[in-house]
Write a protein that binds this ligand. Structure first.
Ligand code: ZN
Length: 369
């Protein structure tokens, strides 16, 4: 039995109220998703809030499960190994630099203290340090933290729910994909609000809600919530942040399917003001629309999977630029988005084949619902 399966047996799943509006009324958006490594699917309930349209994993494991999981297993399950390659290190450094470049380009910011929220080994901090910033980071995964410390980075082992930093001590927090993993988003955002200075900025990368690939991969056990531009704005407003910009720009690298939200620290509203005025102001996602969208997407991915397998069987070449040209020309009605944005093309090409095969098989058995 895998370590993850053993871990899940120790904990039970609980229903939680909506993280945005506290409502306890949900509809099931999807019943199956990825429960372990790529291609390993099983029951995974994603719910949509009937009041505000927020999508989250619900029920989910009780909080203590996540600390256990992230400390020991997360990066191993998600990436196969916790030892980073030199290519990965270079990319991470570039990504950190690209975020800083984007912030410098759009806003007048001066070097200060940057917190890398869920930093892994902290390679994203290097470009900031080279530009005169003091960079601090934390991560719940012990192996990653040790690795970063070996190269002299200021990294703590910790979780977003309890930050080991003083009040008003951080100028910019860079959170690259970690707020979807955090188990208690309310406590995590409250902690960020506490440690950021008055004029502090919060830069968040999250997975776009435009789902390009398999819905069974998009909805996976590593993500506790699935943002939209509107739902992240609502959530931020609830915990005292105001959105400055929320974009789908390719800030870190070409062809990625990320969205980004930049927010500044504002006043924490009381819940009544939040749920009346702010709710009205920002608007909510429509749960009906979310259910229709996912249903159409499941069918669409089925068709695309079949087309992709035909394409794969015709073009087993490992020549990435050739495959890219074909896909960009719209061959088989597929697009380059299907496999772009990854480092190891050959591995991704194989993986997409495996995902397509499993998807078709599960769909035919009625297990993509
Ligand atoms: Zn809600």
């Amino acid at each position: 039995m895998s370590e993850l399966k053993e871990l899940t047996k120790k904990y039970s799943k609980v229903m939680i109220p909506c993280e945005v509006c506290d409502s306890e009324e949900f509809e099931v958006l999807q019943r199956y998703g990825r429960i372990e490594g790529p291609g390993e699917y099983g029951e995974l309930k994603v719910s949509v809030c009937k009041k505000c349209g927020y999508r989250l994993l619900n029920p989910r494991y009780e909080d203590s499960f996540y600390e256990d999981y992230y400390r020991r297993l997360y990066r191993d399950v998600a990436y196969g190994s916790s030892v980073p390659s030199s290519e990965y290190i270079r990319l991470q450094q570039e990504r950190g630099g690209a975020v800083l470049g984007w912030l410098n380009h759009h806003f007048d910011i001066k070097p200060g203290v940057m917190l890398d929220h869920g930093c892994a080994s902290g390679f994203t901090m290097l470009s900031w340090i080279n530009s005169g910033w003091v960079a601090k980071g934390f991560d719940p995964h012990l192996g990653s933290v040790e690795r970063g410390r070996e190269i002299g980075l200021d990294i703590e082992l910790g979780v977003g729910e309890r930050l080991p930093y003083e009040d008003d001590s951080i100028d910019v927090c860079m959170s690259l994909g970690s707020l979807e993993h955090t188990y208690d988003i309310g406590r995590s955002l409250s902690e960020l609000h506490r440690v950021l200075r008055e004029s502090g900025l919060l830069f968040i990368r999250w997975r776009s809600d435009k789902i390009y690939g398999s819905p069974l991969e998009y909805y996976n056990h590593n993500h506790n919530r699935f943002f939209s531009h509107r739902s992240i704005a609502l959530l931020l407003a609830r915990y005292g942040f105001e959105v400055i910009q929320s974009v789908d720009d390719e800030i870190e690298c070409e062809g990625s399917s990320f969205s980004y939200t930049l927010a500044s620290k504002a006043k924490i509203p009381d819940f009544e003001i939040f749920s009346n005025e702010i709710f009205e102001d920002i608007g909510t996602d429509d749960p009906r629309e979310e259910l229709e969208k996912i249903s159409a997407l499941r069918d669409d991915f089925y068709t695309k999977s079949k087309r992709f397998l035909e394409f794969y069987n015709r073009h087993s070449t490992k020549d990435i630029s050739y495959i890219r040209r074909l896909l960009e020309a719209g061959e088989s009605g597929l697009s380059w988005d299907w496999i772009s944005g990854f480092v190891d093309f050959e591995k991704v090409y194989q993986r997409k084949k495996m995902e397509a095969e499993r998807y078709i098989s599960l769909y035919d058995q009625g297990m993509v619902v």
